[in-house]
Design a protein around this ligand. Structure first.
Ligand code: 4NP
Length: 152
């Protein structure tokens, strides 16, 4: 068990495919466990800033009973590294890109892979819709494990 963070950010590259699913599932699992955390998501790249989640992410979440249509993509900033207690990255590229924003080891230490077992959640952007079910399942399992570890 680790201490519950006050604020958690899910991180991927575009903030339109993986981290919007992670944000939605963090909200879901934390609500189930009555954990009152601040939850958000961002991307290391700025290509999709202001956009709603990818329709394939919206659809897989809808099929599982979650509505993420209100989310909007934004780019990770140094202020995020300062503000959030924990930044849960989908893959090792995201961890590396986030670390480029600062030399402060205390801030860099906040950025971890989402999966407690250290697997990357693969970038599904150029794949088909089946890839989205796969990443949904990976993210759901990892988020559930993380959230349970925050219960006192
Ligand atoms: P995400 O997926 O990082 O899971 O949001 C991607 C979205 C867009 C791009 C790459 C990955 N892109 O190259 O535009």
């Amino acid at each position: 068990m680790s201490e519950a963070p006050r604020a958690v950010l899910a991180l991927c590259l575009g903030n339109i495919c993986r981290s919007p699913i992670a944000e939605g599932l963090l909200r879901h699992h934390c609500a189930l466990l009555k954990l009152e955390l601040e939850i958000d998501s961002a991307g290391t790249g700025g290509y999709h800033v202001g956009e709603a989640p990818d329709p394939r992410s919206v659809e897989v979440m809808r099929l599982k009973g979650h509505d993420i249509r209100e989310q909007r993509a934004r780019k990770l900033t140094l202020a995020d590294l300062e503000y959030f207690d924990l930044i849960l990255a989908m893959d090792t590229n995201n961890v590396r890109e986030a670390s480029r924003l600062t030399n402060d080891p205390r801030l860099r230490a906040k950025v971890l892979l989402l999966d407690p077992e250290g697997r990357d959640v693969p970038d599904p952007y150029y794949g088909g819709p089946n890839g989205f079910l796969h990443i949904y399942e990976m993210i759901d399992k990892a988020v559930s494990q993380r959230a349970k570890s925050w219960v006192k």
